[in-house]
Design a protein around this ligand. Structure first.
Ligand code: ADP
Length: 477
């Protein structure tokens, strides 16, 4: 089985959020199933060329209605597996991974078409085109329109994975036009969506999946479907939900190099080392009786940081300390900094991306607050459980699928609340703070979370099955 795997991010080369983790980890897990998967990402200027070994494997031209643009195809080895990097003038227009929507639409459409062209130029005929999110949806649309007339692509089936539905590629119409990707004429889509990368991909992909079974159901409803629910519901026989896994070697408290001391399930005392070192560095008290709550997140309305802050304000009579690590929306950054200055003796808001600190927070905090308004899968709750940090999550999408509520189930692994509002979260944190005082039960809660197998093994098997099904259906056409 040959899989052409296209994404805008891939950890460790280029990561902003969960998409980077998935697109970095899943190909490696698939290789263990004997699958020939070739992941492609854009060669961003922010990727340090001197850090990696590079082979220039091909140079090609991407055709568009009024001309053509050159693309260079590089190959590198990351943790023993191949990743392909595509360079070209549009990619280098800006430094980082994401920028302005119009510029990005141009870069990612160029990238998507270049990757298809590169596979063909290498004579490597994929059985599946596996595209991720709006950035690479134009490859799916292109394949759908061209495979009947191009024998090279005739037997290639497509799978589009949705990591975050509301990010659809708005503002990208000019770029799509530029590369000759015309609007779809599909009555199941609202007018505004017919020339937008992700909805077009959803209308034309052979198969669609999201990154948890819960979110796959939710996007078929008006509340979470963002206007695409009619199309998605109509295609429900071709919609799956496959939970993301974790790279359990990269996220392992028994070996994590960022931690002052390693720990394992049957001895959690060394967690205190990370906690004290971190609290001292941040100028907070190091009293082990005071529960340490945390959030590690993109600062986006989706993630409910406002709900967390409101709940902590409601709970000022209780003992807690709070560390927030995040960047993003300037208004939410200001809100987080404002919270720190209102509660300087118990709260810190660290506004940056910091993998080292994140790992110490997972290892040292008692509870992770994850009050997302929607959550396609979510990795932070899984990493938290693996590091013995108990998640407090909203009952939505992948959070609901991965955390079992302790209040309603003695075998629970965290705290799950609904409806998603600050009153409900306040009450849930209050319950968790009460439970925290019972050390024996709390240890049980931590250990049950640490026991769960979040490895990619299961997810990779499900992707393999889906690839096989899509491939055999395509071969019969
Ligand atoms: P999303 O993909 O929506 O951002 P996920 O929960 O799926 O959310 O993945 C978030 C990933 O990014 C996790 O690995 C988390 O640890 C990491 N992360 C988020 N914000 C930061 C930050 N400020 N510093 C370090 N890591 C972060």
């Amino acid at each position: 089985m040959k899989i052409l795997f296209l994404a805008a991010e891939s950890a460790p080369l280029a990561k902003v959020g969960g998409l980077g983790d998935v697109a970095g980890d899943l190909p490696r897990a698939l290789q263990n199933f004997g699958i020939d998967v070739r992941p492609f990402i854009p060669f961003y200027r922010s990727i340090n060329r001197s850090d990696i070994e590079l082979d220039l494997v091909d140079d090609i031209f991407v055709d568009y209605p009024l001309g053509s643009e050159k693309a260079l195809i590089y190959r590198t080895l990351i943790n023993g597996s191949k990743t392909y990097l595509i360079d070209g003038e549009p990619i280098g227009a800006v430094n980082g991974i994401y920028s302005d929507p119009q510029v990005d639409a141009h870069r990612f459409t160029f990238f998507s078409l270049a990757a298809l062209q590169a596979a063909k130029s290498m004579g490597w005929k994929p059985d599946i085109l596996h595209a991720h999110d709006w950035h690479t949806s134009s490859a799916v649309v292109w394949l759908n329109r061209n495979r009947d007339s191009d024998p090279f692509w005739k037997n290639t089936a497509s799978l589009l994975t949705v990591h975050n539905l509301p990010y659809m590629g708005a503002g990208g119409e000019d770029a799509l036009d530029y590369y000759g990707i015309e609007a779809v004429d599909d009555e199941r889509l609202p007018g505004w969506a017919r020339h937008m990368a992700l909805p077009m991909g959803l209308a034309t992909a052979d198969w669609i999946n999201t990154v948890s079974p819960g979110y796959a159901q939710e996007i078929q409803t008006p509340e979470f479907g963002h206007g695409l629910e009619v199309l998605i519901t109509d295609r429900k026989d071709y919609v799956r939900g496959i939970l993301n896994g974790l790279d359990i070697r990269r996220w392992d408290p028994t070996t994590d190099k960022a931690l002052p001391k390693h720990f394992k399930r049957d001895d959690l005392n060394p967690r205190q080392e990370a906690r004290f070192a971190m609290l001292e560095a941040l100028g907070l008290d190091t009293n082990p009786k005071v529960p340490l709550l945390a959030m590690i997140t993109r600062l986006d309305h989706q993630k409910g940081v406002d709900l967390a802050i409101q709940s902590l304000v409601n709970l000022t009579k209780e003992d807690w300390q709070f560390i927030l690590l995040g960047t993003g929306d300037p208004n939410l950054e200001a809100m987080a900094k404002g919270f720190e200055s209102d509660y300087p003796d118990r709260a810190r808001s660290i506004i940056r991306y910091d993998d080292h600190l994140a790992r110490n927070i997972y290892a040292g905090a008692d509870m992770m607050l994850i009050p997302s308004r929607y959550e396609p899968c979510g990795l932070t709750q899984m990493i938290s459980m693996r590091y013995g940090c108990v998640p407090v999550v909203a009952a939505t999408g992948g959070l609901k699928d991965t955390v079992t509520d302790y209040v309603s189930n003695p075998q629970g692994t965290g705290f799950v609340f609904s409806p998603i509002n600050s009153d409900e979260l306040t009450q849930t944190i209050r319950n968790a703070l009460t439970m925290y005082r019972d050390k024996r039960r709390w240890r049980g809660l931590q250990r049950r979370g640490m026991n769960i197998d979040f490895s990619w093994q299961q997810s990779a098997r499900k992707y393999t099955e889906l690839y096989q099904q899509a491939h055999s259906e395509r071969s019969q056409k």
